[in-house]
Design a protein around this ligand. Structure first.
Ligand code: C2E
Ligand code: MG
Ligand code: MG
Ligand code: MG
Length: 296
């Protein structure tokens, strides 16, 4: 009997794997279709200067609005196409990993960079030196593409953007092993664009990386910003991270700021830049336009 149970389990397990492999393949195909059919949008979340909250930069965060509804939810063919924009988007946390595994992130990433540069150029045309810098997330798989620096150089030229206007956000895990990904980051930095280490402090080699990776910005992870008030230990860590940044001549950005108390403490602890729902959510470019206009 024990053997039978074991055999059944094995069968169930295989069925699960088949189901998840199928889901994976379906999602990959839907992503490809989505790119061809223009279902992706870039939202932008302000990175503000403390204490007043002036928009200093904006981070591009991708959103996917599948025309046929969420790939997980049953499609609702009855709903009119115009309702698609009211539907909430699929989270990048769900599809970026799949886009990475299939290599599709290379094409999607090229679209993201092009769109972000186009939006940045439009802000420059409209707001001149008051235009925000843009920050674009670049995934590990993109850094393994030897053509990336040439692509970025070409985009800067085509959109007539000064490189200082653009920052690329990378993660520690993408570059900690050194090798070609790290070389690519050096080539990108050589173009004059900024390099931000995203989710800083959560990897295994955060400090070591500062010696080898040509970084200009540390984005201090939300986990170090949460519970700032009332935790002396948390405050000491947050203060040390901003101290390291200023000693090395880097900017520090506090991620995931959700309250005024946190913003106040961060300013006292030496942070000049912050990002989070307390200041603004990720939003369409047109809404950023409106905020910039209101600030002029
Ligand atoms: P990330 O680059 O660290 O982006 C920060 C994430 O935290 C965003 O989630 C943002 O909406 C969220 N966030 C911002 N402020 C707050 C806050 O105050 N509280 C909380 N709870 N969350 C906050 P999002 O947009 O869902 O993106 C998740 C991750 O997906 C990003 O993390 C990034 O790793 C990846 N991603 C997003 N867009 C892109 C992209 O265009 N390209 C690539 N390669 N990856 C992307
Ligand atoms: Mg980021
Ligand atoms: Mg981050
Ligand atoms: Mg993150």
């Amino acid at each position: 009997a024990a053997q039978r149970v074991g055999a059944n389990r094995q069968q169930l397990y295989t069925a699960d794997l088949d189901a998840s492999a199928k889901h994976h393949a379906d999602l990959a195909a839907a992503l490809r279709r989505g790119l061809d059919q223009g279902e992706f949008r870039l939202f932008y979340q302000p990175i503000v200067e403390l204490p007043l909250g002036r928009i200093s930069a904006v981070e591009a965060l991708i959103r996917w609005f599948p025309q046929s509804g969420s790939p997980d939810a049953p499609a609702s063919p009855a709903s009119p196409a115009s309702a698609a924009s009211a539907v909430s988007p699929v989270s990048p946390a769900e599809f970026i990993p799949v886009a990475e595994q299939t290599g599709m992130i290379v094409d999607l990433g090229a679209w993201i960079l092009d769109q972000a540069c186009a939006d940045a150029a439009a802000w420059r045309a409209r707001f001149g030196d008051a235009a925000p810098r843009i920050s674009v997330n670049v995934s590990a798989r993109q850094l393994l593409d030897p053509e990336l620096p040439a692509l970025v150089a070409d985009l800067l030229r085509r959109h007539d953007l000064p490189p200082q206007q653009v920052t690329l956000e990378i993660t520690e895990t993408a570059v900690f092993a050194g090798g070609p990904a790290l070389q690519t980051v050096h080539a990108l930095r050589g173009l004059g664009v900024g390099i931000a280490l995203d989710d800083f402090g959560t990897g295994h080699s955060s400090l070591t990386l500062l010696r080898t990776c040509p970084v200009t910005t540390l984005k201090v992870d939300k986990s170090f910003i949460d519970e700032l008030n009332g935790s002396p230990q948390q405050e000491a860590i947050a203060a040390s991270l901003s101290g390291i940044a200023s000693t090395l001549g880097l900017r520090a950005v506090a991620e995931g700021v959700e309250t005024q108390d946190q913003a106040d403490r961060l300013h006292v602890l030496g942070y000049r830049f912050a990002q989070g729902y307390h200041f603004a959510r990720p939003q369409p470019a047109t809404e950023i336009d409106a905020s910039l206009l209101a600030a002029v």
